[in-house]
Design a protein around this ligand. Structure first.
Ligand code: LLP
Length: 418
């Protein structure tokens, strides 16, 4: 079968999935997630950055696999608890990492005793003042960063994230004042790590831990592990990646005279490739030289193309289930929204591009791949479009894990005064 034709996801027929659950539909394959987790088992703790895909069923899967959680909001803490994670423990099952506390999150962390990884000096003062004697970790901005796009670069002066590396002493004083202990250092320097960069990060980690001193028990390498989106993207070689971090840990252990826990905090790496967005082709239009396939899914379902010019693999799934031999041709793939940027085939800056896809008819489906991370979690109700349904495939059996949002639910929280 040609690369761009697809009739099954993890052995389950696309036609059957659509018939049962409709479109647009997010489908996640559990075995892919487990395979990704297994590749990181050398780390002492795998802490899933749930912002990538926070459906309760995905969090439950992580828990069953022994993976712990990162949370960035009161809502994500609530999801963790609903999925069966305890609020406290050693290592902490849930860590709250952010640059600010909104009032809900502060209250929740205090009431539940959720571990806080502070990304600003103010967070230290706000938490420690209300929780004397607590332990906290620091998220450090080492002064440089990296990202697949400017919008995901999380280090350096341009970034709002983390505690500036030159302010660690200041933060230690703040913590001391309230009797708080700094027990760990965390660095997430952006999505799309490369090795040259990694050496710099590891060195920055060593100086940060040295600045904090002997109270440090945990170091976290953050997330940002890349996955292949484009056909010629290479896979991250995990062995040298782990070795870099392990050697850093060992040097620090020698220096501090005690053992250190090494955490990794991936989001995308664990879930991106497990996820597919299935949409139906509802119209096919020739516009001058461009042929458009218009789908019933748009940037309200998957925002990465319009936000970052992100590339996602795509294939056509024929509604009759019989792929046959189909000629392929360049196509612009777009969605239903009343906005010209609602195009899945675009580059950063909004330049519309085409994708080589098989001939298709209205009623066929397009399957968008590598959509498991930052897909449904970044969905919106723009144009009053309901959220898609989500399905988890477990050993060939599809389970509905989010019902398609109803039109009633869209307006349920609104009031007309008077
Ligand atoms: N840890 C921290 C503190 C983070 O801020 C992030 C991502 C992660 C871990 C996980 O990064 P990952 O392993 O997934 O690359 N919406 C963008 C990505 C934004 C990432 C924000 N922080 C996208 O669709 O590419």
């Amino acid at each position: 079968m040609s690369m761009n034709l697809c009739t099954e996801i993890a052995g389950v027929s696309v036609g059957d999935l659509v018939q049962r659950f409709g479109t647009p539909l997010y489908v996640y394959d559990e075995s892919t997630i487990v395979k990704q987790i297994d590749q990181l088992r050398q780390f002492d703790v795998i802490r899933y950055a749930q912002k990538a895909c926070s459906n309760l069923a995905i969090l439950d899967l992580m828990r069953r696999q022994g993976v712990l959680l990162d949370a960035v909001s009161a809502g994500e803490i609530q999801r963790a608890l609903k999925a069966g994670f305890a609020p406290t423990g050693d290592p902490p099952p849930v860590v709250f990492t952010a640059d600010i506390f909104d009032r809900d999150a502060l209250q929740q962390c205090l009431e539940l005793g959720v571990h806080v990884n502070a990304g600003s000096p103010d967070m230290i003062s706000q938490f420690a003042a209300a929780s004397p004697g607590c332990e906290m970790t620091l998220r450090i901005n080492p002064g440089f960063g990296h990202g697949h796009s400017q919008k995901t670069n999380t280090g350096g002066e341009q970034s709002k994230h983390g505690i500036w590396h030159e302010q660690i002493d200041d933060c230690m004083m703040r913590a001391d004042l309230q009797g708080a202990a700094i027990t760990g250092v965390h660095m997430h320097i952006g999505s799309g790590t490369d090795f040259e960069h990694l050496t710099m990060v590891c060195e920055a980690m060593e100086s940060a831990v040295t600045a904090v001193g002997r109270t440090v028990k945990t170091i976290s390498a953050g997330g940002g592990l890349p996955v292949p989106y484009q056909p010629d993207d290479e896979r991250l070689d995990l062995e040298p990646f782990y070795q870099h971090w392990n050697q850093t840990r060992q040097r620090l252990e020698n220096q501090l005279g005690h053992s250190l826990r090494l955490e990794i905090e991936p989001g995308r790496f664990l879930v991106a490739e497990s996820g597919f967005l299935i949409a139906e082709i509802r119209a096919i239009k020739q516009m001058g030289s461009h042929l458009f396939y218009l789908l019933d899914a748009g940037f309200h379902n998957l925002a990465r193309p319009i936000l970052y010019g992100a590339y996602h693999p795509m294939s056509v799934s024929p509604a009759d289930g019989r792929p046959g031999e189909r000629k392929s041709h360049p196509v612009v793939v777009g969605g239903p929204l009343c906005e010209s940027g609602d195009i899945f085939t675009q580059q950063e800056g909004g330049l519309v591009s085409t994708r080589q896809l098989p001939r298709a008819a209205v009623g066929d489906w397009v399957v968008i791949g590598a959509a498991g991370a930052y897909g449904q979690v970044m969905a919106s109700n723009y144009n009053s479009k309901p959220f898609a349904a989500e399905v988890l495939l477990q050993e060939g059996v599809p389970h509905l894990i989010r019902a398609r949002q109803s039109l009633d639910a869209l307006i349920a929280d609104e009031f007309i005064p008077g």
